[in-house]
Design a binder for this molecule. Structure first.
Ligand code: ZN
Length: 592
């Protein structure tokens, strides 16, 4: 058990459980590495390429001022602002109109009206049709129809699984893959006990001169209404797309998305095929101010997810003659061991957080110099694959920022639910616990299951219990059972962030910098939670979880999932602007 967090080989980074190298083989490895280094240097020395370069990537150079500056191998590439070409007088007038007072007032009313419909999705909702609480979604769909008449004329609306809304705005050019914009209609419920804590009632949609208040104002009716407002204005301005635009609005994102996105995605997949959509925008990360760098985080990855249920079955009996350890005692020992063996903090090469660090090193005035040096060391290590520990040093140093940062680079373990024992004079026959894990980029749910199996094996052996690890076996007496939740999800495929040529990412980045200015750095971001996009992985490689509306001064998530959820109206108007620009920018590109 002592080998859990030992060094791993460069080739085998993703396996969390591995023995450390024995001393003699370590020496051999170092000799091999030294020899390889000599060969590489000799080859480099003999080439014009090497002699012709004043600095190699990842080396220090003297800047114009004479100060040492880091030349990073994978630079923080920023694309130029991308404004849609002017296509018609109508569209130019539309851009002016969206900036007007009249539009602002009408937009406040539209968003406020949407917030006033309490589309709460409850964990214990029954089947659609049986449970009347779903019916509020009909009111919401009717509200959209009445509020966005032009969109409902120009776009075909299909209702999927009763409340899923799929709008299709057919493009003229069938060879161009569609742009897909997403949001969810449902909101997190407001517990009755918290209603009094709200400054303004949670479903009032109150406007105080700056913010629209209420549940869903920033998660994510702002996104849904913002998309439809952009589409409505584009249709009114006479815009006709070359590239098909799809709008897909689920209705149970907050309770898994199974009935909404889980049904919408297969319809889209069937119609457009594998990777048949050019780009997907859904709710997600937004704007941060880190190391003095103002950055827009485009969520290009999501951690994975698995809950593991542990069941300890031990003989019952009278508590006056107990064994040395009851089922609860055994479970406690097991949980203590599981918590003691934290997952390593490690940054896989494809982890989007590395992109944020790289940008911070380049654009953040207060980016720590130690972190910068470690970043340099890591890039060196990545190139030569010669010292994996350099990678870990960077991850460990970066993690000092706090738990929020640590868990962008580490699989989390949280023992969240426990039950066992019924009576003080009866020994517990069945004790259960559920442990939640969010799986790090570069790792896999089987890594989590293997790790927990290995720890449990020792405890089962110690107490002479039979271990059933993820084998689907029926519970038996004197055993420990391990079961993975059905909603186990691998880390999402990481969206490419190509900027050297036109790509969905560069269009997103260019649109964002066109709207907010070039002092905004666009960087890849990682989500620790999951959005409805988890059902869309096979539809597009280019999935972005990005909340594009921003007021230029607020950072963070605007009280989502808690009391006093609200959104600055400026952010909301910018959401409309961004969506209208992104649709046109995608439309004007010939991206396949
Ligand atoms: Zn949401």
């Amino acid at each position: 058990m002592g080998t859990m967090d030992e060094e791993k080989s460069c080739e085998d980074q993703s396996l969390p459980l591995q023995d450390s190298e024995p001393g003699s083989s370590k020496a051999r490895t170092w000799m091999r590495r030294a020899l390889r280094l000599v060969v590489v240097v000799l080859i480099l020395k003999s080439t014009q390429w090497y002699l012709g370069l004043s600095t190699r990537p990842g080396e220090y150079s003297r800047g114009p001022s004479g100060s040492a500056e880091l030349v990073l191998e994978k630079a923080c590439q920023q694309v130029s602002p991308l404004h849609p070409h002017s296509q018609s007088h109508g569209l130019d007038a539309m851009d002016t109109h969206i900036s007007s007072e009249a539009f602002r007032n009408a937009s406040i009313k539209r968003l406020s009206g949407a917030v006033q419909i309490p589309t709460e999705s409850f964990d214990d909702l029954g089947k659609i049709g049986d449970d009347k609480r779903w019916d509020i979604m009909y009111d919401f769909a009717a509200y959209l129809k009445e509020t966005f008449p032009e969109s409902h004329k120009a776009l075909a609306l299909e209702v999927v699984n009763t409340h899923g809304l799929l709008f299709t705005w057919k493009g003229e050019n069938k060879t161009l893959k569609p742009t897909l914009l997403m949001a969810h209609q449902d909101v997190v419920p407001v517990p009755a006990s918290t209603v009094d804590a709200w400054t303004h009632p949670p479903f009032s949609g109150f406007y105080d001169g700056k913010y629209v208040w209420g549940r869903g104002a920033s998660d994510c009716k702002n996104q849904l209404i913002g998309i439809l407002e952009a589409v409505e204005e584009l249709t009114k301005a006479g815009f006709t797309p070359r590239r098909t635009v799809l709008l897909s609005f689920g209705f149970d994102e907050e309770i898994s998305g199974k009935d909404g996105a889980g049904h919408l995605a297969p319809v889209i997949y069937e119609r457009y095929g594998s990777e048949g959509v050019a780009a997907i925008i859904d709710e997600g990360s937004g704007f941060v101010n880190q190391w003095g760098m103002r950055a827009a985080l485009a969520g290009v990855g999501e951690k994975g997810y698995t809950d593991v249920q542990i069941t300890v079955r031990m003989p019952g009996g009278h508590s006056s003659i107990p064994p040395d350890h009851t089922g609860i005692g055994v479970m406690s020992e097991l949980l203590t061991l599981i918590e003691a063996h934290k997952y390593p903090t490690q940054l896989a090469d494809q982890n989007p957080y590395l992109g944020l660090l790289t940008c911070g090193a380049e654009h953040g005035p207060s980016f720590p110099s130690k972190l910068k040096h470690l970043l340099h060391g890591r890039q060196d290590a990545t190139r030569s694959c010669r010292d994996r520990s350099k990678k870990d040093h960077l991850a460990l140093e970066a993690a000092k920022d706090g738990l929020g940062t640590r868990y962008l680079m580490q699989t989390s373990i949280a023992a969240d639910v426990i039950a066992g024992g019924a009576k003080v004079n009866a020994l517990p026959e069945r004790t259960t616990a559920i442990i939640n894990h969010r799986i790090n980029i570069g790792e896999h749910s089987t890594d989590v299951h293997d790790r927990i199996s290995n720890i449990t094996k020792e405890v089962a052996h110690k107490y002479n219990l039979t271990l059933h690890a993820f084998d689907g076996a029926k519970e038996e007496p004197q055993s420990i059972m391990l079961d993975a939740s059905r909603n186990t999800l691998e880390p999402a495929p990481v969206t490419p962030t190509e900027t050297t040529k036109l790509s969905p990412y560069s269009i997103l980045a260019g649109t964002t910098r066109a709207l907010y200015g070039e002092d905004i750095i666009v960087t890849p971001g990682l989500m620790t939670g999951n959005t409805d996009t988890k059902y869309y992985w096979n539809i597009s490689k280019h999935i972005f979880r990005f909340t594009a509306g921003w007021d230029g001064e607020s950072f963070g998530l605007g009280n989502i999932h808690t009391v006093d959820e609200r959104i600055p109206v400026v952010s909301h108007i910018n959401m409309v602007r961004w969506m209208s620009m992104f649709i046109r920018n995608m439309d004007q590109s010939d991206l396949e």
